[in-house]
Design a protein around this ligand. Structure first.
Ligand SMILES: Cc1cc2nc3c(=O)[nH]c(=O)nc-3n(C[C@H](O)[C@H](O)[C@H](O)COP(=O)(O)O)c2cc1C
Length: 306
């Protein structure tokens, strides 16, 4: 039974990926995740210059593995990424996906160009964080034309490195956005970023608990939203999908594959310990053996077949 897979020419030992933002800031944390079994790892979103993010408290545990966060994409900037990517390369040969963030189109292009010089296996364009707004006052991923514009501009500036675009579930028609970024040159779609924003109030003080007041939801509660998004995107585009949202075990990963994902990322669940990757892999193997599935890629998009 084969878990190894290829994604845009990148060879992975299995379809599990560390999602951006969780354990992805340092080369050593990325390498630890790779060692624990992930087929690829994604960096925290890299900014060109230092970006401070929001004040504490930034993350609340809502129970059952669900989180609300308004970290606000803190990052040390491109020089920090240069050092940490190099550290990672010394420790691991697992594929490295580089997420990038910026607040306007020009900065996205400059960041993409700078990150391309670090030679990641793929660049992931984070245009969908609900805590950071574009120059238009909302994430680029909330508009068909803004998503396409930034995808086209970045694609032109990164040479041969494949480009994946990370979409927001907080839109009326995610399939339309996916189609627009495919037409603009994206090589893959990543779906989904966090859901919301939402708010949690401390009933004693009657005040929102997050310093930013609102934050994005992640964890098992958002998985059905991710599954539906992936299902709709799979029908709308030909490019492959990295599915992400609420995956905490093998069953969840299989659900995202069957919806149409080629790779599956794990974010919030990785906060509880790196054993999650080994556990999911064992559960994928058990499922494939029980169903007599020879190659994990046979699961991709199965939910679409009647
Ligand atoms: C604490 C935290 C930080 C995150 N930071 C980023 C980030 O830097 N860039 C990004 O594209 N997504 C970021 N995300 C979103 C995750 O990559 C993922 O899309 C989302 O959490 C849904 O997956 P999950 O339910 O497995 O966590 C972050 C999520 C969390 C919980």
């Amino acid at each position: 039974m084969k878990l190894a897979t290829k994604f845009l020419g990148i060879s992975l030992k299995n379809p599990l990926v560390l999602a951006s933002g969780v354990l992805g800031t340092t080369g050593s944390s990325l390498a630890a995740v790779a060692k624990s079994g992930a087929g690829a790892v994604t960096s925290k979103s890299v900014w060109l210059k230092r970006h401070d993010g929001h004040k504490n408290p930034t993350v609340l545990n809502l129970g059952n593995g669900n989180l609300i966060n308004a970290v606000g994409l803190p990052h040390g900037g491109i020089e920090e990424a240069r050092v940490e990517f190099a550290n990672f390369r010394k420790l691991s040969n697992t594929p490295l996906l580089a997420s990038i963030a910026a607040s306007n189109l020009k900065e996205f292009v400059e960041t993409a160009k700078a990150v391309a010089t670090l030679k990641p296996d793929l660049i992931e364009l984070n245009i969908s964080c609900p805590n950071v707004e574009s120059e238009f006052g909302r994430p680029f991923a909330c508009s068909v034309s803004d998503s396409a514009k930034v995808t086209k501009a970045v694609k032109k500036s990164i040479g041969e490195i494949p480009l994946a675009v990370k979409l927001s579930p907080n839109v009326e028609n995610i399939a339309a956005i996916a189609k627009s970024v495919e037409a603009a040159g994206a090589d893959a779609i990543v779906a989904i970023n966090t859901v919301g924003p939402g708010m949690v109030i401390d009933i004693e003080t009657a005040q929102p608990i997050l310093a930013n007041k609102v934050g994005g939801l992640s964890g098992p509660a958002i998985r059905p939203i991710a599954v539906k998004a992936i299902f709709e995107i799979f029908r709308a585009v030909k490019i492959p999908i990295i599915g992400v949202g609420g995956v905490a075990n093998g069953r969840d990963a299989i659900e995202l594959l069957e919806a149409g994902a080629t790779l599956v990322s794990v974010g919030s669940a990785a906060k509880n310990g790196l054993q999650i990757f080994g556990k999911i892999i064992r559960e994928l193997e058990e499922f494939c053996q029980r169903k007599k599935i020879k190659n994990i890629s046979q699961l991709i998009g199965l939910a679409h077949k009647k």
